[in-house]
Write a protein of this length. Sequence first.
Length: 211
Amino acid sequence: MKRRLLILCLVLAASLGLRAYFDRDMSNARLPGLASLPGELGAWHKTGDEPLSPEVRSVLHADELLARDYEVMPGSTAQLFIAYYRTQRAGERMHSPRNCLPGSGWESVSSSIITADIGGRPVPVNRYEVEKDDQRLMILYWYQARDRYVADEYRGKLELIWDTLHTGARDGALVRVSMRLRPGLGPDEATQILLQFVHVSAPEISKLLNR
């Protein structure tokens, strides 16, 4: 009986310790400085930063945000969106485009996981096509913790727990690139153009997240 009680106390103490470790204050952790992302990424050049409303910021609860347009040729503009979090607590999730976009009136057309070339290695990313009224978007997105790229958000949470216990790192980001479809630019072509943008932009994003 005493042995069982001792084991129970040890398990409880360990649980409380882990909870305190996960919930410790990270408000002073250094931000990556997303605004310093280069304006020239390969053949792509920055055309402007998009302001985000206070309402959007309050919903996302991110520690740093970037919304920026890059153009590679007239009519081929990629919208880059990054939401960075100093701390991801177990049981919480970043706002997935699969949840946010339908809530804004966008309807899913198709979704799948495809492979992107990032730094010479194959990386899984989400491919998500949506439409609203007469507009249609092609979106690629992933979850990133430093040099780790994850398409599945639930797997990302499991890896977050591993990182927290072994390195103490709990920061991460949602990275999303999108392009409006138009006559002459179908889903497949837009996907390939976005993959080219991911190829040149993701390594630069990693440099900021690894600071």
